[in-house]
Design a protein around this ligand. Sequence first.
Ligand code: GUN
Ligand code: ZN
Length: 647
Amino acid sequence: MFEVIDRDGLGRLGLLETRHGPVRTPALMPVVNPNKVLIPPAEMAQRFGAEVVITNAYILYTSKEQKDVDLHDHLGFPGPIMTDSGAFQQHVYGDVDVSNREIVEYQARIGSDLVTMLDVFSEPEHSQTRAAADVDETLRRAAEAVGVKAANAEPGFALVGAVQGGIHPEERTRCAQELSNLDVDIAAIGGVVPLMESYRFQDLVKVIVASKQGLRPRLPVHLFGAGHPMVFALAALLGCDLFDSASYAKYARAGRMMFVDGTRHAAELEFANCECPVCTQISPGELKGNERALAEHNLYVSFAEIRRVRQAIKAGELWELVERRCRAHPALLDGLKELRRHAQWLERFEPVSRHNALFYTGPETVYRPILYRFRQRLQERYSPPRRRTLVMFPEDGKPYMVHYRPAMEKVEAVCNAHFLVKSAFGPVPIELDEMYPNSQSLVPEQLDLEVLEASEVFARHFLAGAGYEFGVLWEGAATLTELEKRREDPNPLDWVLQRVRATSDMQFGRGAADALLAGQVELVRSKNTGRVRNVIVDGRHVLSMRAHDGLFSLRVEGGKVLHRAFPKPTLRVVVETETAEFNRLGKNVFAKFVREADPELRPRDEVLVVDQEDRLAAVGQAVLNPEEMVDFDRGVAVRVREGLPAS
Ligand code: GUN
Ligand code: ZN
């Protein structure tokens, strides 16, 4: 019932099917009080763009006269409706007057589309022992709710299971893993409202990460009670697909206005500082005390932010949006800083490249998964050309090779050196200057001290294992004089070939260049730019270099070589043998037919599509990461570029 259409980081543009129509995600569900409707759901849909609303089944259930309603009639809303169970009332009042089974059956009876179990609200102050007990009981009830759904011949609803466990990562992950083994349709991360209310965003990040680490990727993830637009981008980046908000109404009642960078009292505003339809019509003076208008403002702002998050995912700019949002409040900045501790995990979901340039927004940028990956791969995949001397350039114009060409030529006239740029993000061998994101990134000239220090550490780390005998920092003429002492017969490197070699190894793994380039190599270059376009070996077109990210597209002839050179599972996406014939014809690989995938693959990696006998069927580009490919049963896993007809 959930399909991922596009993604950035763990953030995803998805489509959630319900009996009352589809919901695009990330989605915000405004909370509707079933007994006191402030803004009717139909208006929510028309004016604000709500595609789904949420209401509280426990409130309906306990108000005797309203009990046996048809939910869609009662709210006058033909679209998808989610219901909550009363777990939040348990948090507020300490207890509720209904059992899990009763409230789940009740939600099914009134025609809810997304039925929530009655989870045990795990408070942040619960000890690990207490949180473990909350998790045990939540899981028992989740299984019971699954039983209720299974007893229903035509359930027609999706079941929402909850992840509890307080602020204890082990409990969160355990709850998520065990919940994933049950037949629930959506996983909701609960118990987080107190964290958000007290601005404990670092703990919020820890909780979401620990929960996501246990959840199977195919499950849409709801973040209970996340209704402030400040957190949407951050939560979406961590893989939350659904949000619900009573905040718009609660804040309005208190005269408060929500913005993407915080909350302000209407009474404090001298000037209307918002471009929403409410604020452009009504002055702050009139707004104050106008609960309905304030609620509308809060909804406009919230839905605009959801659309911004969607667009950022589409454009590959979600990290930038999050980094900007997290500067709105020091507590959010702590949440952002927490992400670097999870770089290794986040990297597994990070696309290999994007359409847009990477922007430096502050010291945190240096720890983004894509940059962490580049540094990691330099250690694991890259082999520097054999040169005793290394000349290190400071970061300057881009592409580095073009900028530093005159200096390189001067050096090459006196000795045989390799060159590296000490960038803010870490060392960049000069021949990798066009590989994403080295050329496709923007860094300020004035760097933060923390970044200069980090850059130093990254460089030292790289040099320790690189095997140069002698390294100098380029300082112009003085450096040349020094290099004169090392005079050798000039034997400069073929930089075009070095680029092809280094990019191949970085992209496909160490040894790929040796395999791909074994034979008579012909490099076809662009007439305009002189850049490599196609790599032909023994008359066979094996690789094409993409202008926008400096990475190779794999051709079927190159695929054959890599298939021979690397054993299973390297670079493989294994599909059911009966379906491989479609891929041979050039049709995309659907996740449903993927059996296994190389754990080292990442979204947008070039892959080998093979059948269960490891026969190559096609080459293409991954849309999902390996865990997702294996878990999803909807959507495209690999976009096939070229099929290989059966021989
Ligand atoms: N609403 C806000 N938090 C929660 C939670 O933890 N569980 C449920 N069911 N609803 C909530
Ligand atoms: Zn406004």
